[in-house]
Design a protein around this ligand. Structure first.
Ligand code: HEC
Ligand code: HEC
Length: 327
């Protein structure tokens, strides 16, 4: 056995610098499962949580049946007065593979925690993301989650003119937030349903730990796709303040502060997307997907230096803070 001896002072210096740089984790931490809730295999048929309907909501004269609110080729449009007329690709898609964008992202474009808010996204960014889904460079780190699989298949089948029509429609809509971010260490018991969490309303509780648990305040309202559905995201105590500090000082390098690219209030700048008030679990998924090289394409390389040393805890805190802001 030959003992390992450090012979030169320069090597010693090199190792010291390397260790100093290692204060932030260099290796990718295990995937934060709570950000990628994955349904158990569903029983066949419509969502077991819904009756056949018909359903009604406050502030709408319309009614829809269960068959209508689960039809991926006709977005339930509860309040047509809230948005301009939808292009066909947004309202109906095109069978067999182009699902209606408005079904998942809603006619208002505000999306839901299991997908993404499209309202107000710059057209150029939007088209680049569609191309990244199409050529397979933008993927989710966790494969096999139906919302992302459906999105990818939809993008692959969509034509350029359909993508442009959808991009222009969503770009003109105002971004809003429906998630309330709440710091709390004990939360209502939550179980996975419909690609996010469903809170138990019987009073049963569980510890939050180092997770973000996000779900609709009224699960049926969520299932029937009422655009006024609100969500609560429970985050660990202190995470909003920690996230604010990280967002403002990330890497102690002015060029990495989130606002240097995402603009004042993180509301977007040039072709960089608005991230303020987005679903916090969707934010964590994107950060982890950048960090694990699963999300490529577009201008993803600009996020590389931002996420390089990001721990899962950093992602959690940043998401808690950014999601708590007004878009
Ligand atoms: C089955 C649900 C579903 C349908 C239908 C759907 N999407 Fe998506 N979309 C998603 C999900 C889920 C994501 C997030 C994927 C991820 O990052 O894992 C997404 C993300 C996106 C993004 C990226 C947004 C961002 O912030 O980077 C764009 C753009 C987009 N969708 C456009 C469309 C368009 C255009 C259509 C219609 C042609 C459409 N989507 C139809 C579920 C859907
Ligand atoms: C050097 C510029 C730059 C900095 C600094 C930066 N970002 Fe980004 N960010 C981008 C770009 C560009 C994109 C779009 C990437 C693409 O085209 O795929 C992006 C995308 C994102 C997305 C995905 C949004 C979506 O719609 O899917 C999130 C979340 C995000 N950034 C969070 C952050 C946070 C948090 C910080 C600060 C810690 C930060 N960014 C700092 C340039 C930057």
């Amino acid at each position: 056995m030959v003992p390992i001896v450090i012979r030169t002072p320069s090597l010693l210096l090199f190792l010291t610098l390397l260790l100093a740089g290692c204060q932030k984790p260099m290796v990718l931490e295990p995937v934060p499962d709570w950000a990628y809730p994955t349904n158990p295999p569903p029983p066949p048929g419509p969502p077991p949580t819904l009756t056949p309907g018909p359903f009604q909501i406050a502030n709408s004269k319309l009614s829809f049946t269960r068959a209508e609110v689960t039809n991926l080729f006709a977005a339930p449009d509860w309040r047509p007065e809230d948005h301009p007329p939808m292009p066909t690709v947004v309202s109906h898609g095109r069978k067999p593979e182009v699902r209606a964008c408005g079904y998942c992202h809603l006619p208002t474009g505000n999306g839901r925690p299991e997908n993404s808010r499209l309202a107000g996204l710059p057209v150029e960014y939007f088209v680049a993301q569609m191309n990244a889904f199409r050529d397979g460079s933008r993927k989710s780190h966790v494969t096999g989650r139906a919302p992302t699989t459906n999105m990818t298949n939809t993008a692959k089948a969509a034509q350029d003119d359909e993508i442009l029509a959808a991009a222009r429609y969503f770009a003109a809509l105002p971004a809003t937030s429906f998630t309330r971010v709440v710091e709390q260490s004990t939360i209502p018991k939550a179980k996975i349903a419909a690609w996010l969490f469903r809170f138990d309303r019987t009073g049963a509780q569980e510890p939050l730990g180092q997770r973000i648990i996000e779900g609709p305040d009224d699960f049926e309202q969520f299932e029937i796709r009422d655009p006024a559905t609100t969500y609560t995201a429970y985050v660990p105590e202190g995470s909003i303040a920690l996230g604010k500090r990280l967002a403002e000082t990330w890497g102690n390098d002015k060029t990495l502060e989130c606002s240097s690219c995402h603009g004042p209030g993180y509301r977007g700048k040039d072709n960089v997307p608005n991230i303020a008030g987005r679903s916090p679990t969707a934010i964590v998924r994107q950060l982890y997907d950048f960090r694990s090289n699963s999300r490529r394409g577009g201008k993803s390389s600009e996020m590389d230096k931002v996420v390089r040393h990001m721990s899962n805890g950093d992602m959690l805190a940043l998401a808690a803070y950014i999601a708590s802001l007004t878009p």
